[in-house]
Design a protein. Structure first.
Lengths: 100, 548, 221
């Protein structure tokens, strides 16, 4: 229940160094791919990089570095809602600009 | 009454009230407090002051329209006045509104907690509010003088005008932070500090409304922050983002501005509806009709209301496809609001109705908000909007919803929770006399505006054509009646503070937790934290206490 | 009754952890503090989101000019700064792991590394901006006035977004300085590390924003 006293064991689950280093390697690798696509590939490949690789990198930071993977479902929903709100703001505004 | 805690009606308080219970003396016990009750009262004092200033500006605006041509001021003065009236009323009164005063004072008690989740952050919110207000007021007397752009600060004029837009906008930016922190505080408080046994569907409706509102505060206000920041960057560094001469789009400013400012009106109205949802059951002595429907509609209004902003921009030049989409969404958001009105009216049916002052204001709310909401539908219809945009119809509409709605709910809540907050009682007859004046004056003032708008009277004009003169006369006289009522009301409430009388814990027969603690409450609200075992709004036929 | 449950736990904590006695008397809520910080993160996402709205609309209106203007930016510096921030995110989270494993010295070292990397980022940004300004590419400059509208919008957005981001990096470094002091004074410990964790959340957000800024500005060419 949310109201339980929850100290001294605030968060029982400690993720080790190894996991984070692996995530870092993945992030650097993805950055390399992204740069490679943008510099050498066609504009469409570059767009693919933007739309796929960048959110993937952001997700890795959210889920691992920011610990979201191990957080409550409620918090995961809140993050999803916040991002959805932003996407909707951008999307609805685009209905103006794309159809002028 | 609910079985949550024993009646404490006739027993003397076991602890001193929060007024006496501070470790500090004098003014520091207020300025350095982290007690949510004191913070709520500090907001109240500041906001009522700002309201009176904004109201006075409104009186002068109406005086200008007593005659055609200049009456008591120059046109440029009028521009500054309507800007100020809007900025003060919106940012310093209606948006902080019920959450800042009654949310702060009542929320922890209503969920069975000792304070909010972040008490020091709460005090910071108040200081940010006061700082922002100070900065905004400073803009009146420095730089190029008070802004004359309207409270919406549309580009390009807000970037090119010589008046002190930068400072006014900076003030609004700081106040925005206050709103964000309050929202953050309330969300965490409601998630983490509800009393044992108070699961989500046992929480009263005012906390639910504050929860829905808090999400809007947190997710919409930052857009205003960035928009205002961009205006400052344009003015100071010529960033050029909204400059049409270099391909910038003034309509983009309007998108960004209204993406916040429309959800802002739901920040204003959802807590107001929450307070009405508390007052109606209490004075009908009946459980609320459709608790779940009110909960879901509160969240739905918050969600859908964040998707309709461009209905302020139908005539701006945005794409036709887009205005159709936004018109549809605008019609959708009326549905959950209407559901609430049905619920309130159904609660009255077969209730044992007591027409005390809080109930009068609440019933006034239902009537006035309905008119305001319905006129909103007129505006959402695209063809009609072409004719009434930027006319007095709009001005009438938003005063019906913001003033007849949130304003009346604020006054209702003030009269309702007055005995709890101050341990005093106002004069009931005087309150009713005030209400009659306010209600009559309000409708004379603003219904006339709806008519004037349909006839074509533009807004933000310091002068008017002869055909509109009768309407303006009626409206101005209405404003005097209304202001008389407002002054009587405030004097009545202030006078009650000095009339020493023992006020019981539960003068109205309410069934939510705040009526189980003394009036006024002790510092930590509860001697023993309550345990909740049944649904809210359980009215059993037990006699309530009468104030002596 | 819940009141007695609370009292009992508080007494337990005080008995087991004498040093934490004064903490037991305070109302501490780890989950609540984290929730509050996440909500603040949401507000920052939306704050920058507004700028992304502006970017998205203007790019859709001036795709070629955005492409051309992006060519002026230094991709190498942008990528270096990306790696710098990604690494600083790593050292930040390692700092939290370290203190939870009671390795105070390591934690302080990782945190200090994060701050150093943050400063490296800012130094790079300083040189980058200085070069642009030297070439007359700044808001209000005469050279900028000669460029087509789309390119001028690009640079307005570039300075606005990277500037706001840089401001957040600076604030982050200040916050981490405070955390370093708290670590040193044992105010942040293996059993009370929420302040460091929240500072970490803020820093990771700054990193996420940059993750999006990189392709939008530097790789748009």
């Amino acid at each position: 229940m949310e109201h339980e006293a929850d100290h001294p064991h605030d968060d029982p689950h400690i993720v080790g160094y190894g996991t984070f280093i692996k995530v870092w390697i993945a992030l650097v690798a993805l950055t390399a791919v992204l740069v490679g696509l943008s510099v050498t590939g066609t504009p469409n490949l570059a767009l693919l990089g933007l739309l796929v690789i960048t959110p993937t990198k952001a997700s890795l930071v959210f889920f691992y570095f920011m610990h979201l993977k191990y957080e409550s479902t409620a918090l995961k929903y809140m993050v999803a809602i916040a991002i959805a709100v932003l996407v909707i703001f951008i999307g609805l505004t685009f209905t103006d600009y794309l159809f002028r | 009454m609910s079985t949550a805690a024993a009646s404490v009606a006739a027993e003397p308080a076991s602890e001193p009230s929060f007024y006496a219970g501070s470790s500090r003396q004098g003014i520091l016990s207020w300025l350095l407090t982290t007690d949510h009750k004191r913070i709520g009262l500090m907001y109240l004092a500041a906001m009522l002051t700002f309201f009176l200033v904004g109201m006075t500006i409104g009186v002068f605006m109406r005086l200008e329209h007593l005659t055609m041509g200049p009456t008591i001021m120059k046109p440029t003065t009028y521009n500054a006045l309507f800007t100020l009236h809007g900025v003060i009323m919106i940012f310093l009164f209606v948006i902080p509104g019920l959450p800042a005063v009654f949310g702060n004072f009542c929320l922890p008690i209503m969920i069975g907690a000792k304070d909010v989740a972040f008490p020091r952050l709460n005090l910071l919110s108040w200081y940010l509010f006061m700082s922002g207000a100070t900065i905004a007021i400073t803009s009146l007397f420095t730089g190029g003088g008070p802004p004359d752009t309207g409270w919406s600060f549309y580009v390009p004029y807000s970037v090119t005008t010589g008046t002190n837009v930068t400072m006014a906008v900076l003030g609004a930016f700081v106040i925005g932070f206050s709103s964000i922190l309050t929202g953050m505080n309330f969300i965490t408080t409601i998630h983490r500090l509800r009393a044992k046994g108070m699961n989500w569907m046992r929480m009263p409706l005012f906390p639910w409304a504050l929860y829905a509102t808090a999400w809007v505060q947190v997710l919409a206000t930052p857009i205003l922050g960035i928009t205002l920041l961009l205006v400052i960057l344009e003015r100071v560094f010529h960033l050029g983002i909204f400059n049409p001469a270099i391909g910038g789009d003034p309509i983009l400013y309007q998108h960004l501005f209204w993406t916040y400012s429309h959800p802002a009106v739901y920040i204003m109205i959802i807590p107001a509806m929450g307070a009405i949802s508390e007052i109606i059951p209490t004075f009908a002595h009946r459980t609320v009709f459709g608790y779940k429907a009110i909960v879901i509609s509160s969240m739905a209004i918050a969600a859908v209301g964040s998707l309709v902003w461009a209905h302020h921009m139908f005539t701006s030049g945005m794409s036709e496809t887009s205005i159709i989409i936004f018109s549809l969404l605008t019609f959708l958001v009326a549905i959950p609001s209407a559901i609430k009105v049905f619920n309130w009216v159904a609660t009255l049916y077969k209730g044992s109705i007591e027409l005390k002052a809080p109930m009068l204001f609440a019933l006034g709310f239902i009537f006035l908000f309905s008119i305001g909401g319905l006129t909103g539908l007129f505006q959402g219809a695209l063809a009609v909007n072409m004719h009434i945009h930027d006319t007095y119809f709009i001005v009438g509409h938003f005063h019906y919803v913001m003033f007849g709605g949130t304003g009346f709910a604020f006054f209702a809540a003030l009269h309702y929770w007055y005995p709890k907050m101050f341990g005093r009682m106002y004069n009931e007859r005087t309150a009713v006399v005030a209400w009659v004046h306010i209600f009559v004056g309000f409708n004379l003032l603003y219904f006339t505006m709806l008519v004037l708008g349909m006839q074509g009277m533009p807004r933000r004009y310091y002068d008017h054509l002869p055909g509109f003169h009768l309407g303006h006369l009626i409206a101005t006289v209405g404003s005097w009646i209304m202001v008389a009522g407002l002054l009587i009301m405030i004097m009545n409430l202030v006078r009650g503070l000095f009339h020493k009388v023992e006020v019981p814990a539960n003068p109205w027969g309410g069934v939510t937790l705040e009526w189980t603690v003394p009036s006024p409450p002790p510092v930590e609200n509860f001697d023993v934290l309550p345990v909740i075992t049944e649904a809210p709004y359980s009215f059993n036929p037990v006699s309530k206490e009468q104030a002596p | 009754m819940s009141a007695s449950v609370e009292q009992h736990d508080a007494e337990n904590v005080a008995a087991e952890h004498p040093a934490a006695e004064h903490h037991a008397a305070e109302h501490r809520d780890y989950i609540g503090a984290k929730l509050g910080m996440w909500i603040f993160i949401f507000t920052e996402l939306i704050l920058f989101g507004g700028l992304f709205v502006a970017y998205g609309m203007y790019r859709s209106m001036h795709p070629h000019e955005f492409h051309k203007a992006a060519g002026e930016l230094n991709v190498v510096l942008g990528v270096i700064n990306t790696i710098v921030l990604l690494t600083s995110s790593l050292t930040m989270v390692l700092s939290i792991v370290a203190i939870r494993l009671k390795r105070k010295a390591q934690s302080m070292l990782f945190l200090a590394s994060t701050m150093v990397l943050g400063c490296v980022f800012l130094v790079n940004k300083f040189f980058e901006w200085r070069a642009k300004i030297h070439h007359g590419l700044y808001p209000g400059s005469e050279h900028l006035m000669t460029l087509p509208p789309g390119e001028r919008l690009f640079f307005g957005l570039y300075y606005g977004m990277t500037g706001l981001h840089g401001l957040h990096v600076t604030v982050g470094i200040v916050v981490m300085t405070i955390m370093l002091v708290l670590l040193r004074r044992d105010k942040i410990r293996h059993d009370d590390f929420i302040k460091l964790e929240n500072a970490g959340l803020y820093w990771h957000l700054v990193d996420v924003i940059w993750i999006f800024l990189l392709p939008l500005f530097y790789l748009a060419a």
